[in-house]
Design a protein around this ligand. Structure first.
Ligand code: 45D
Length: 321
């Protein structure tokens, strides 16, 4: 084979415009712990005036229930300490439990804490809290982002909280099967993408829009890889399947256009742009993204990267360099 994951990561590199999302998160990371919690509260409640996430289903909240019950029984001071510890990412038993949660369970946990804060059951942002200039800077940077980018900032800051358990053996109590998101949209069959007729790409989108991960995985080479936004590639069928079950359920993928370039060795480089909706926000928030596929000469997916686009104009940027 003439390609590696490293070389595949660089296909269509000329179209990769730096996203403002990591820059906003870098500003957030510089805030003090109380400022981080306040930022999230203001960003989330401000956003909530126009778009609010769907309440997570009971099955998903159940995964976080142990922690939530524990927190509800604490004094307000202890509750504030738990939230500070989470934002500080230190090593505590609660932060380890949180660290083992999947992305969607972490989001459901905070969704519920937010509700409990509104109801006065969990300690709110202290009255008389004075917003620091730093918080204002990050809030202003956030307001300049489009809604799809804003929810990505919130999601990524939530994912980074707690204790990083990636180096620890997974706890045996961790549920491997994820409870499903309700899929309300009709399943899109017969996907059409302007400029693309590569079967692997069309079948990939069709399978993902039906949450048929087995069918999607079958399109990858055995050593194939998937690189989610701002992450390292996930390699091999088993790892990709686990990732999809945890994070790709209920997504609505609406690719619009693309280009396909056949290489001398018979492999193909395909770039597709379009919009993806998350079940958390449904049709109310569209995320502008690109898929960059490397298809091997046998028509299997060797690599696909998913990138958040810097701006909607990038939807039309299908140039190579
Ligand atoms: O700290 O082809 C309070 C893949 C205050 C798969 C709070 C994909 C205190 C392959 C407000 C309570 C998945 C890669 C906090 C495609 C505090 C593939 C709470 C892409 C934290 C296309 C905050 C999929 C809360 C994509 C509750 C791009 C925040 C999916 C909640 C993107 C935030 C999904 C929520 C995104 C954010 C979902 C619910 C960005 C959800 C974001």
């Amino acid at each position: 084979m003439t390609y590696t994951i490293e070389s595949a990561q660089n296909i269509f590199s000329g179209t990769q415009i730096p996203s403002p999302i990591p820059a906003t998160i870098a500003l957030f990371d510089q805030l003090s712990v109380d400022d981080r919690l306040a930022y999230l509260w203001y960003a989330y409640t401000e956003m909530g005036r126009t778009i609010t996430p769907a309440a997570p289903g009971a099955a998903r909240l159940q995964l976080a229930e142990g922690l939530l019950t524990q927190i509800k029984q604490m004094s307000p001071e202890e509750q504030t300490k738990v939230m500070r510890d989470l934002a500080n990412r230190i090593d505590t038993p609660i932060n380890r439990s949180y660290g083992f949660f999947s992305v969607n369970t972490k989001l459901a946990f905070w969704y519920e804490l937010g509700e409990l804060m509104k109801q006065g059951i969990v300690a709110p942002i202290p009255t008389g809290y004075q917003m620091s200039p730093g918080v204002k800077v990050v809030l202003e940077a956030t307001q300049k982002l489009d809604p799809g980018q804003q929810i990505t900032v919130l999601r990524n800051t939530v994912v980074d909280m707690g204790f990083d358990t990636s180096d620890l053996a997974p706890s045996s109590s961790r549920k491997s099967a994820e409870p499903v998101f309700e899929r309300t949209e009709p399943v899109t069959t017969n996907v059409k993408i302007e400029g693309i007729n590569e079967p692997a790409v069309l079948q990939y989108v069709e399978a993902m829009n039906a949450d048929n991960f087995a069918a999607a995985i079958a399109l990858f080479t055995a050593n194939g890889a998937l690189q989610p936004p701002f992450q390292k590639p996930i390699v091999g069928h088993e790892a990709i399947a686990k990732y999809m079950r945890e994070e790709a359920q209920g997504l609505n993928m609406m690719p619009k256009q693309g280009i396909c370039e056949v290489q001398p060795d018979g492999s193909k480089q395909v770039k597709v742009t379009g919009v993806v909706q998350t079940p958390w926000f449904g049709v109310n928030v569209g995320m502008n993204i690109a898929w960059r596929f490397l298809i091997d000469p046998q028509g299997k997916i060797f690599f696909v990267a998913i990138d958040m686009l810097a701006s909607p104009q990038e939807l039309l940027n299908l140039r190579r360099m």
